[in-house]
Design a binder for this molecule. Sequence first.
Ligand SMILES: O=C(O)CCC(=O)C(=O)O
Ligand SMILES: [Fe+2]
Length: 279
Amino acid sequence: MSVAYRLDSTPELEDRLASLGLARNVRDLAEEGYTVVRDPKGPAIADALRAAIRRAVPEAPETMPGLASSRFTLLDADPVIAEAVTVPSVLALVELVLGRGALLSQVAASRRAQGAPAMGLHADNSWFPAPYPDWEIMCTACFVTDEFTEEAGATLVVPGTHRMKAPPPKGERAEDARPIVAEKGAICLWTGSVWHGNYPRSLPGERVVLHTTYTRLGMQPIETYDHLGADWFADKDPALPMLLGRENFLGRRHGWKEDHRPLLAKTWAQVHGEDNLPL
Ligand SMILES: O=C(O)CCC(=O)C(=O)O
Ligand SMILES: [Fe+2]
């Protein structure tokens, strides 16, 4: 059951993807619905990111062995988290999956200790009914700070299920499931449609992961970072204001004191191109 699969390619983006050496990742996303991204930035910040997550997310209580613990809305919990959500290769692939002007939807982190049970099979398009549209609504990037193997409790994925455009049926056995095997510093990226879960962790130690969800402009992000002021952005990646919707036309009180047209035109051009303005 194969349907047309749409990625949001533009000539400029294709050049950028090629110069970043991401041809294989583009193929993976189209054919399998997920990919493992290796960007030099990943290994460079993996240890600092792991330490930041361990400070921000409480350990699962010893009285409940095997429990996974997680926390949300972590963008500003530590400067290295803001770096981890703007890794250039990931942002280029997010643009391919979600189009220009995509937003940061959620920044979560998890710690899974030995004995952590498996997470059930699901698709991340949780807030939308099936059939999902031909285009992707959201995608999730999991930053690996130790290692992903089956024993370590890696993410489990069922390759190609992004084409089903629906969540897994209840009780689905997913015979073709496989672990996403990846080393420290790699970033696993999957579309909101692909079926995934994870494996129980049998190794000692803990699996520490940053889970970042991006969504298409036009969708409602899961989290808000409205509390962050200009001082927070001053030393951060310039992509962040756009990722947080600070530079687009949506989510505002329009036509009140200010002329809304320049921002509308800017947003339209960003999504549809300069030469395609209906205004
Ligand atoms: O913990 C994992 O391996 C997968 C978690 C997950 O389903 C997600 O981040 O969307
Ligand atoms: Fe998920």
